[in-house]
Design a protein around this ligand. Structure first.
Ligand code: G6P
Length: 607
């Protein structure tokens, strides 16, 4: 998955294309490139690695031209080299692509058999050749694209530039997002409204199978059957200002510190403090008939769903299925009428989650979506949109989106419980009271930042780290391990504390730190027993608990981290903070790229 942008401008576009790429880097940063038409020819600049390399390349060798396309890549087919960087071009055509052309192999063989030669190992280059072939044979750009699109299987968003028609671009969308932006005598294509934010706020979202011809005057949109269609123009409201790090060294650190504010902001939309009730953005959405909830997500969002499963079952007594989106789709799950399918996603664009959503819709489910980007595909396809108000999350490792997801999910579980007649007003009041305490408690957790930083050096030399937790602390253990892996490249695994003795305990020696997440409460003693089993075998334990927990079980630990004492309902939000901070400080000590870790991307729009 990748980010794409195209501009038909009044002036030279290369600089503005690169500015758009800066906003799209969350989609990948393996290589970047830009192409324009000038002097009757297609010209391009491409560079391996981060966008800065392309900026340097352009500084040494500027690229004129008022029509152009650009791309930031997350490699799928072919290593992240310059020759695999987009745009891919022939003499006649240059194009950028987000997604995967699944049948590229037979298409490539066919093209080679016809004498075409390839410069890259990508799946994308076949599309450039297919379109170019037809254009070389005299087809108009429009006819060429119309003929080629049905030949492509998989997922794509494309922006195509033509040497002989420098006044137009053609875009297409199937499975990967693409928007059209309308400017003043200029027209744009982009992976999202954010990319186009400084250029225009007037955005039309293409639908599945749509393709579009843009000129300076506007856009002609066609649906998958090539019928001309109108897509509504909306005002995106996305700010054009580049988000900065403020006083923080990294976006991730800034986002960790924003959590008290953004969780409060999010809760405000779901709690009615005046009458101690939880509420939904669509107050009359009927939850009373929901018999089963299916939660589907990927990555950190999946772990938020895992926490929510406990809440839905405990409060609402509704059975819950939970699955990774990438697995859910392929096991052809049985979904009974009357079910609610709940999708959790920061970006709202994760390809597997989006495909799972569409599967659930085809199975007659009501669709609820917890999403942070309100203009995303998932937000637009939901029956019940449950926004998180975390604001833009730039660090690739998700932090504030996660705690905001937890806030929404807790409130939603309480709404469901009330609708099912499982919650008395007094119980609802208690839940509201505890949730309202979360921002201050998260703030309290942040106060231990220095202590966490000071003990991070214990983790830096480790090759492997284990995280243990029980109940809702188990998903936090998984999330802690994921954070550490993602940004410090140390191998880490999260385990249900009670499962240790069924295998993972064999890994324990003095070189494998074990992080135990164990707030005092009903499950504390059981987790501590598991922790002691580790210590008895020479394992080095870092205990994350509250004052009482540390007093009771801190002895003999390698280190302890003391959290504020909180109600179990908000413990996952609070205990997320030390595991985020620990991963952050370990990564900083190791000198890795915290905000853009190797091989990852913020938004994964390929399956
Ligand atoms: C990527 C990101 C993760 C994120 C996951 C799911 O892998 O690097 O941080 O948790 O995608 O993304 P979503 O936008 O659907 O929450």
């Amino acid at each position: 998955m990748c980010g794409i942008i195209g501009i038909i401008g009044k002036d030279d576009v290369a600089e503005r294309l690169v500015d758009g790429l800066k906003r799209l880097e969350y989609r990948g940063y393996d290589s970047a490139g830009v192409a324009t038409v000038h002097g009757g020819a297609i010209d391009r600049r491409r560079a391996e690695g981060k966008l800065n390399n392309l900026v340097k390349e352009l500084a040494g060798s500027p690229l004129p031209g008022t029509t152009g396309i650009a791309h930031t890549r997350w490699a799928t087919h072919g290593a992240p080299t310059t020759s695999n960087a987009h745009p891919h071009a022939t003499g006649e055509v240059a194009l950028v692509h987000n997604g995967i052309i699944e049948n590229f192999k037979p298409l490539r063989d066919e093209l080679i058999a016809r004498g075409r030669t390839f410069d890259s190992q990508t799946d994308t280059e076949v599309v450039a050749h297919l379109v170019s072939e037809l254009v070389e044979q005299g087809a108009s750009p429009k006819d060429a694209v119309r003929q080629v699109l049905p030949r492509l299987h998989g997922a794509f968003a494309l922006a195509i530039l033509f040497r002989s028609h420098p006044d137009m671009l053609i875009g297409a969308r199937l499975g990967s997002p693409l928007v059209v932006g309308y400017g003043d005598g200029e027209t744009y294509l982009g992976s999202d409204a954010l990319a186009l934010a400084p250029l225009t706020q007037r955005i039309a979202y293409l639908e599945e199978g749509d393709w579009v011809v843009i000129t300076a005057q506007g856009a002609e949109i066609f649906d998958k059957d090539n019928n001309p269609v109108e897509r509504p123009v909306t005002i995106s409201g996305v700010s054009g200002a580049m988000i900065d790090k403020g006083n923080h060294r990294h976006f991730m650190q800034k986002e960790i510190y924003e959590q008290p504010v953004v969780v409060a902001q999010t809760l405000k939309a779901y709690l009615q403090r005046m009458d101690d009730r939880v509420s939904l953005p669509i107050p009359d959405f009927d939850l009373s008939a929901i018999r089963r909830v299916t939660i589907v997500a990927c990555g950190t969002s999946f772990y938020a769903g895992m926490v929510a499963r406990y809440w839905f079952e405990q409060f609402a007594r509704v059975p819950v299925d939970l699955d990774f989106a990438s697995e859910f789709r392929y096991r052809e799950p049985v979904m009974e009428e009357g079910g609610l399918a709940l999708f959790i996603s920061q970006s709202g664009e994760t390809a597997d989650t989006l495909a799972a959503l569409r599967y659930a819709r085809s199975q007659g489910q009501k669709i609820a979506v917890v999403v942070n980007v309100p203009t995303s595909s998932m937000a637009r396809e939901a029956d019940l949109l449950l926004p998180t108000h975390a604001g833009p999350e730039i660090g690739v490792a998700s932090t504030k989106a996660f705690t905001c997801q937890l806030a929404v999910l807790a409130a939603f579980a309480a709404n469901l419980a009330r609708a099912k007649g499982r919650l008395t007003p007094a119980e609802e009041k208690e839940i509201v009271r505890h949730l309202a305490e979360a921002p201050a408690a998260i703030n309290g957790a942040l106060a231990y930042d220095e202590a966490i930083e000071a003990m991070a050096h214990h983790i830096v030399p480790a090759r492997d780290v284990l995280y243990l937790g029980r109940g809702t602390d188990y998903p936090i253990a998984l999330e802690g391990a994921l954070k550490l892996k993602e940004i410090s490249y140390i191998h880490a695994e999260g385990y249900a504390a009670g499962e240790m003795k069924h295998g993972p305990i064999a890994l324990i020696d003095e070189l494998v730190p074990v992080i135990c997440i164990a707030p005092s409460g009903p499950l504390f003693e059981k987790t501590v027993s598991n922790m002691q089993e580790v210590q008895a075998r020479g394992g080095k334990v870092v205990l994350i608990s509250d004052y009482d927990g540390v007093q009771a079980a801190g002895e003999g630990c390698l280190a302890t981290i003391t959290m504020p004492k909180v109600h179990p309902l908000i413990a996952p939000m609070v205990y997320a903070v030390p595991v985020q901070l620990l991963a952050y400080h370990v990564a900083v000590l190791k000198g890795t790229d915290v905000d853009q870790p190797r091989n990852l991307a913020k938004s994964v729009t390929v399956e």
